[in-house]
Design a protein around this ligand. Structure first.
Ligand code: HEC
Length: 164
């Protein structure tokens, strides 16, 4: 229950109700956990061996990718298409390869994994073009589906590989 806007007097009257509703929260979580446990847990992702320093670097890149996606959604939502295009190109697109040290990590990747990585950078550059178009013609759906092509590459790689 959202109790932020409730006046103090009413809050006192509501306390038993709130306590009651909160009593149920743990049960709800237990139910969720039970579902998670019964869900298929098999993990067939391929292990990829990477030297520890590079692994840390790669995971830092990954967190940056997620941050970038979050910012892209925010920029699209507020109609700042040019900024979205610049950000995508610099942090995820083909221009970002050097920033992410792709040439150092690439050699450790199985061929298919590297292809997905390249696919992601290309998709991000295509998104940048679609975002620039949106700045001119207002076609936000085209930009959003181009962004979904980017996240499809994140999903494809995460489904297939893990690092150690
Ligand atoms: C070429 C493969 C590949 C692509 C493309 C890729 N990732 Fe990853 N990502 C990985 C791997 C491998 C891991 C480590 C998974 C593991 O070892 O369990 C990872 C881990 C992560 C993590 C966890 C980081 C941490 O600190 O543990 C985040 C967040 C993440 N990726 C976000 C993204 C996002 C967002 C995208 C797309 C914009 C993306 N990744 C694209 C391969 C990829």
């Amino acid at each position: 229950m959202n109790t932020r806007c409730v006046p103090a007097g009413l809050m006192l009257m509501l306390l038993p109700v709130i306590a009651h509703s909160q009593q149920h929260t743990p049960m709800h979580h237990e139910r969720m956990n039970a579902e998670a446990v019964t869900a298929p847990m098999s993990d067939e992702r391929q292990w990829v061996k990477v030297p520890e320093a590079l692994r840390a670097h790669m995971l830092a890149n990954m967190r940056d990718h997620l941050k970038t996606l979050n910012r892209l959604h925010g920029l699209l939502g507020s109609g700042r298409f040019e900024e979205a295009a610049d950000l995508a190109e610099q942090r995820l697109g083909l221009q970002s390869l050097q920033l992410h040290g792709a040439s150092r990590i690439g050699p450790y990747m199985p061929k298919r994994m590297a292809e997905i990585g390249t696919g992601m950078h290309k998709a991000a550059s295509r998104f940048a073009l679609a975002a620039r178009d949106a700045a001119v013609n207002g076609n936000v759906s085209a930009a959003l589906s181009a962004l979904a092509d980017v996240t499809a590459q994140c999903v494809a790689c995460h489904d297939g590989y893990r690092v150690q």
